[in-house]
Ligand binder design. Structure first.
Ligand SMILES: O=C(O)CCC(=O)C(=O)O
Ligand SMILES: [Fe+2]
Length: 281
């Protein structure tokens, strides 16, 4: 009987977050041992990247299901014939891209998605990288004084101003983002969370969806959140991912922010995204 001992290797992209994982073909069934190595790497590095994968939407779904239930995003247009897979698309004639501001996916939900899994289908000749920032670092690099203050606070997150009917829907959203009537929920989350997988503390606010600090005036809230939003985008906390067709990346929504660079005018970029259900924080 031949046994396959080909081992997985995990190669960090930066000192704080991000790692490329080699030696796995995600189109086949993963053994429990392989999956457990991948999960450890995910908890250690927050963003895991697999190159040269040949995955159809069903393979993508099967990999996502190893992590938990699928959380179907109610605003993104799905891939035709695959209602659980969302499209992240920018056509050559569109000027706006999806996810260009620093954010954490689904923080507006009461049980935010634990992670998002993106597969690159069409990439521009240049540009279209994604930046990630470590919210463990963002927390760790605050003073003990401010850490203590934040640990006693909660903040509100909302989808209304981003996906709702008054979000100033640009024409370029047409066909990509819909269901504005479903942008009705606001959620309250601790400003510092203890990550259920790693046990580390992470800053849990983000510039796109966090609207205000619970119990604070608008002015007070804007001052502190403004500081935290600038602090979280510190380049020392980040890594940068350049995509190629067949790259799959999964990021931890409880430990990172991300931002999709819009620097490829006139070119097409198409990604498939699946988000995995999380738990209340
Ligand atoms: O296109 C990307 O690189 C990321 C877009 C985004 O924010 C997302 O899919 O959640
Ligand atoms: Fe996103």
């Amino acid at each position: 009987m031949s046994r396959d001992f080909k081992s997985i290797s995990v190669n960090p992209l930066s000192g704080n977050l991000g790692a490329e994982i080699a030696g796995v073909d995600l189109s086949g069934a993963l053994t429990n041992a392989q999956f457990s190595e991948i999960r450890d790497a995910f908890h250690r590095h927050s963003v895991i990247v697999f190159r040269d994968q040949e995955l159809d939407p069903d393979d993508h779904l099967a990999f996502a299901r190893r992590w938990g239930e699928i959380n179907v995003n109610r605003f993104f247009t799905p891939v035709e014939g695959h209602p659980m897979v969302a499209e992240v698309r920018k056509e050559p004639d569109q000027t706006e891209n999806i996810g260009s501001g620093w954010h954490t996916d689904h923080s507006y939900d009461t049980a935010p998605a634990l992670g998002s899994i993106l597969v690159a289908r069409v990439v521009p000749e240049f540009g279209g990288d994604t930046l990630f920032s470590s919210m463990y670092m963002a927390y760790d690099m605050l003073s003990p004084g401010l850490q203590k203050v934040l640990e006693g606070l909660k903040a509100w997150h909302s989808s209304r101003h981003v996906f709702g009917p008054n979000a100033g829907a640009e024409t370029s959203r047409t066909g990509r983002i819909g269901n504005p009537d479903k942008a009705t929920q606001d959620s309250l989350h601790p400003m510092v969370i203890t990550h259920p997988g790693s046990g580390r503390k992470a800053l849990y606010v983000n510039p796109e969806f966090t609207t205000h600090i619970d119990g604070w005036s608008h002015e007070e809230s804007a001052a502190l959140l403004g500081y935290l939003f600038q602090h979280g985008a510190n380049p020392h906390f980040t890594c940068r991912l350049s995509w190629a067709e067949g790259t799959l990346a999964m990021w931890d929504n409880r430990a990172t922010w991300h931002c999709a660079l819009n620097d490829y005018p006139g070119q097409r970029r198409l990604m498939h995204r699946i988000t995995v259900e999380g738990e209340p924080l």
